[in-house]
Design a protein. Structure first.
Length: 237
């Protein structure tokens, strides 16, 4: 018998293509007896879907289901309950891998488990390929060069805040588009940056789509979409 507790491992599984999981992440997924993954209240988990080709059949699985709407996220009670379930497995001596889309610490939900458990358990974080890097590669548009300042902006910010943040931008990634696409388009047009912007949705996935932002119509976009902006259009110029 041993009283040794298991290790909690936050694993970035990348933006969508299962082949973009790192070797370290792959080894952790295959070695850990317990896998936890976030998901909406219903339906599949994208993080688990990405990792599925690498998951053995004999795993204990913990679903962390929560409302995927900004007004109710992060769901404190959900993370409290998940921390208890995961903590029970760790106290039983089992390592637990928590699957995270992209990178665990880049707007990743794993941070809410980390904050609840870091003082009581050993935790390792395995970085993942973030959506920003994947998007740049898919678009064929380097993010920044030389002394460019790279800015990351969440689209749910109010329009005037977005406008001010983009005022002197050299390079930017605008994330979490969703219902904010029309607002972001307005801001880009106000700054005369619409022709300097590229739009991509579902980067690295089978349904990936890439367009110049000036060709994008409509007021909404999928959650997994992004706009890359570079004032020189091409970073190497």
């Amino acid at each position: 018998m041993t009283n040794k507790t298991g290790k909690l491992i936050g694993v970035g599984v990348g933006p969508g293509d299962p082949d973009l999981i790192t070797l370290k992440a792959l080894k952790a997924i295959q070695a850990a007896p317990v896998i936890a993954w976030p998901a909406g209240l219903e339906g599949p988990s994208l993080a688990r879907t990405i990792a599925a080709p690498h998951i053995n059949e004999d795993k204990i699985e913990i679903a962390i289901r929560m409302p995927m709407v900004a007004e109710r996220f992060p769901a404190a009670q959900v993370y409290d309950e998940a921390a208890l379930k995961i903590g029970a497995q760790l106290n039983a001596g089992n390592d637990v891998v928590v699957l995270c889309e992209g990178d665990p610490f880049f707007y990743g939900s794993f941070m809410y488990l980390y904050g609840r458990m870091v003082n009581d358990f050993s935790i390792e974080v395995i970085p993942g390929v973030s959506s920003i890097m994947a998007t740049a590669a898919a678009v064929g548009a380097p993010l920044a060069s030389r002394n460019d300042i790279m800015t990351v902006l969440p689209a749910p910010l109010d329009e005037e805040t977005l406008f001010l943040r983009l005022r002197n931008v050299e390079a930017a990634a605008i994330i979490k588009l969703g219902k904010n696409l029309g607002k972001v388009r307005n801001v880009l047009e106000r700054h005369d940056l619409i022709n300097c912007a590229r739009y991509i949705e579902h980067a690295t996935m089978d349904n990936q789509s890439v367009k110049p932002m000036c060709d994008v119509i409509g007021e909404t976009a999928p959650y997994f979409s992004m706009i890359l902006v570079h004032k020189r259009i091409d970073a190497w110029k």
